[in-house]
Design a protein around this ligand. Structure first.
Ligand SMILES: [Zn+2]
Length: 268
């Protein structure tokens, strides 16, 4: 998996800043005196997100971000619209979730996967929905021309034209001072992808709390009993939410946290 740490030039300087030990600058001021932020994100428009995850979230008063893939969701469009009306955020996860991006050019990807999906979201969720993107399969290189960095740059330039921010699928919690610079490569973790338990999520959000950073968690389907890689059981999801509710963290949708940071963070 490609981390944003491999992206672009000048990353040596970033690594030096983040790796320099205890920060000298004052910690970032999160709302209500909280020590960190956490955003819960759900990919691929899967039924368990509507039927299991959403009621569990709402029992805690949490709002989350749902990255929708059109081909998965049209059968239950009304339920997704209800979810958005209840205050959850809707984001873009393309029309049909391509994992192999070599056949695309920037133009063909925008025309087939991005523009139609944003038009669909505009029509069904209103043009005021947040312009947020999650990379399908975590693939961040577009097209077949050039080196990896060139193909990532092509993808990011395309996203810049259409979105406010975008989320990848790995990397540590985000330092708020770097969020605007890396707004199209926001780091995240899928803590239940390989194992069905709360431990990895607790470790990851714990790091964010220790550093004053922003943790973005990724979930796929939420099920009664886990049978496949990537699924999260109701029990593990509940345990993660219960733990977060007891922490000094601000739990808010990805676009809301991004906007707060953009308005308040000083650049590194
Ligand atoms: Zn996906």
């Amino acid at each position: 998996m490609i981390s944003r740490r491999t992206f672009g030039r000048g990353l040596g300087a970033v690594t030096m800043i983040t790796g320099a030990g205890p920060a000298v600058a004052a910690p970032f001021a999160w709302p209500e005196g909280r020590r960190a932020a956490v955003s819960l994100t759900y990919d691929d428009s899967l039924n368990g997100q509507l039927d299991i995850a959403a009621p569990q979230l709402e029992a805690h008063g949490f709002q989350a971000t749902f990255f929708l893939t059109r081909e998965n969701m049209e059968a239950r469009l009304g339920d997704w619209q209800d979810l958005a009306r209840r205050g959850h955020e809707i984001g873009d996860h393309t029309v049909d979730h391509p994992c192999e991006l070599r056949p695309f050019t920037a133009k063909s990807f925008e025309a087939r996967e991005l523009k139609p999906m944003e038009a669909f979201l505009d029509a069904n969720f209103g043009a005021a929905h947040k312009r947020l993107f999650a990379y399908p399969c975590g693939a961040t290189e577009l097209g077949r021309r050039g080196r990896l960095n060139a193909r990532q740059s092509l993808y990011v330039r395309l996203l810049r034209r259409n979105f406010e921010a975008a989320r990848i699928v790995d990397g540590g919690p985000n330092d708020p001072r770097l969020v605007r610079r890396f707004r199209y490569l926001l780091q995240a973790s899928a803590p239940t992808y390989d194992t069905d338990g709360a431990g990895p999520a607790i470790d990851y959000v714990g790091k964010a709390i220790a550093r004053g950073h922003w943790a973005i968690l990724i979930f796929h389907d939420i099920v009664e009993v886990r049978r496949e890689t990537g699924e999260t059981s109701r029990a593990a999801h509940q345990a993660i939410l219960d733990w977060i509710a007891q922490q000094p963290v601000w739990c808010a949708p990805m676009g809301e946290v991004f906007d707060y940071i953009a308005a308040h963070a000083r650049r590194a």
